[in-house]
Design a protein around this ligand. Sequence first.
Ligand SMILES: O=C(O)[C@@H](CO)OP(=O)(O)O
Length: 250
Amino acid sequence: MTLGTLVLLRHGESEWNVKGLFTGWVDVDLTANGETEARRGGELLVEHGLLPDVVHTSLQRRAIRTANIALDIADRHWIPARRSWRLNERHYGALQGKDKKQTLVEFGEEQFMLWRRSYDTPPPPLADDDEFSQVGDARYAELAPEQLPRAECLKDVVGRMLPYWHDQILPDLRAGRTVLVAAHGNSLRALVKHLDQVSDEAIARLNIPTGMPLRYELDPGTLRPLTAGGVYLDPTAAAAAAAAVANQGR
Ligand SMILES: O=C(O)[C@@H](CO)OP(=O)(O)O
C-alpha cells in the first residue's frame, strides 16, 4: 500500500505579520503580498504536478483565502474542503494584538522567546472581555467551554491538532489522495514536530515561512517522512523566508 502525498502550506503574509503583531486566533486577512504568495504557492503546485484532491484548512480567513487562491491557480477550486478549529494558529493569549518589538523590549529576550518558541510555556491567558477574545465567536459555538483556549503553548496545539490528523487527514492519505493542509506557522510546527519526531528543544528553532508549499511523502508502515523535514517546492526562497520569521520582533 502506498500513501498519498501531503502538502503543508502556511497562509500568505497577513496584515498583522506586516505590522509585527502577535496574531493567534485573531482573524486578520492577507495583504496584497500575501495574495501574491498564495498565487505563487498555487503555481508551484502545478509546476510539481501536485494537484490536491482534498484540502483541509483552519477556520481562519488567512488560511482559507490562501487555500482558495492557490487552488484557483491550480484549477482545483472544486475539490472538497474540510475545516477545523484544530488547525487554527496557536492561541496567543494576552499577547494577541501586542507588538512583537515592544514585547521584546518590555519583557526581554528570554521571556519573549519562552512565549514565542518554548514548547510548554503558554503566554498569560486572554481575558474574555478583551477586544481580541474569541469568546462568543459563532464559528467556535460547537466547542465545549473547556475546549476554547484562552492561551496555548505549542504542546497544547499538538494535543488539539493530533486528533484531527489521525481522524481526518490520515484517512485521506491512506486513500491515496494528494492532501493540501492550509494552516498556520504554529499549527504546522506542531504537525511537523509530530511527523519528524522533533525534540521539544529543537522545535524552538524551526520556523515555517508564509506561502511556501512543503511536501511530505510518508512511509506507509511507520508514517515517518521518507525525507526528514519534508521538501519545500522552492527550497531557496523557503530558507530565506523562514529566517525572516525567526527574526520577527528584532
Ligand atoms: O503571531 C502569530 O500568531 C504567530 C504567527 O504569525 O507568530 P509567531 O511566529 O511569533 O509565533
